[in-house]
Design a protein around this ligand. Structure first.
Ligand code: AMP
Ligand code: MG
Length: 318
């Protein structure tokens, strides 16, 4: 349902977010598809609705600095200067995440991307929801980013709880994503805030090319992958059991499997729940000190496509 972004409707939208629903809302860049960033099940719905064949880290939107302090480990002097100058606005900062940020929000990475949007409706929505909001652009995979509520309605109208219509987005291009993880600040995605403006505040900034595939020291990984080898199985008979193996199960099984560590993505085989647990389960298995992780193949429908994409990449299969 598309509604005008009145105070009353923003309040309603805030309560939908708080209850784990999805709301599309205007920002100064593009319309976002928002969910409570601290609720991994709600965040999994974002990927389901967007029909993405893979997981990507999401930007967390906040309305006040107090939230940044909770979401990240440390705010350094560079971040402070940039925030003073450019927030609210189209600058996203990548910093080391705190424990309250669910793994699905960062697609398993130890870093989180945060910004404070400069749109009164977005800010009011976050205030009403009383929680940070994760949001990618509100379009299905492969479609262009929406800059009006009508675009969102046409593309996703029947799949989300509410669309807040706040008119046309004034900037219309995505935010600039800047990583402050390394000594050298790095632009991961050019966007609404010009790099020159950033350089005026913190000095020289590196631009990461999308062609930079090889990870040299200091270069930031775009995706999390476990270090332990992964093997995908369809039947438990393919598992070479032992107390030095880890097993990632899609759902509960009656069969006894001898292993050092077992993780179940969803007792009842619910794909949304499985997606919301995927990255934390991989982290658990990766730190369990096992030689190999056997991962159960998942039905490739809905969110299962993105889950299998991640497992295949981690297993070195394409
Ligand atoms: P969108 O949500 O479509 O505006 O895209 C978000 C952008 O931020 C993508 O380019 C992501 O890869 C990037 N991003 C989000 N979180 C992180 C992170 N933790 N580390 C690196 N890049 C990130
Ligand atoms: Mg997008």
């Amino acid at each position: 349902m598309k509604v005008k972004a009145t105070d009353e409707n923003i309040k309603l939208a805030g309560s939908i977010i708080k209850k784990g629903g999805l709301v599309a809302f205007p920002t100064e860049t593009v319309y976002g598809l928002g969910a409570d960033a601290l609720n991994s099940y709600a965040v999994a719905k974002i990927f389901e609705v967007k029909n993405r064949p893979s997981f990507d880290p999401l930007i967390v939107h906040i309305s006040k600095i107090e939230w940044l302090e909770k979401l990240v480990k440390k705010i350094d002097a560079r971040a402070e200067k940039l925030i003073r100058k450019f927030w609210p606005g189209p600058l996203t900062l990548v910093l080391l995440k705190s424990n309250i940020v669910p793994d699905i929000v960062t697609a398993g990475l130890p870093t989180v991307a945060v910004r404070m949007p400069a749109h009164p409706v977005a800010l009011a929505l976050i205030e009403n929801a009383q929680t940070p909001i994760s949001a990618p652009s509100a379009n299905p995979f492969g479609y262009i980013s929406p800059t009006t509520a009508e675009h969102v309605e046409k593309q996703l109208g029947d799949k989300i709880d509410l669309i807040l219509d706040g008119g046309k987005c004034p900037i219309g291009v995505e935010s600039t994503v800047l990583s402050l993880i390394d000594e050298e600040p790095t632009v991961l995605r050019p966007g609404g805030l010009p790099i020159e403006e950033i350089e005026k505040v913190i000095g020289k900034v590196k631009l990461q090319r999308s062609t930079d595939k090889i990870l040299s020291p200091g270069q930031l990984p775009k995706h999390y992958a476990p270090r332990t080898p992964i093997k995908i199985f369809s039947s438990p008979d393919e598992i070479k059991e032992g107390d030095d193996i880890g097993v990632l199960l899609f759902k509960k099984t009656n069969r006894e499997i001898k292993a050092k560590h077992v993780e179940i993505l969803s007792e009842n085989g619910d794909l949304r729940e499985a997606a919301s647990n995927l990255f934390s389960a991989l982290h658990e298995l990766d730190s369990a000190g096992v030689r190999i992780i056997y991962a159960e193949a998942i039905p490739e429908v809905g969110l299962g496509v993105a889950i299998m994409d991640r497992l295949r990449k981690a297993s070195g299969q394409r």
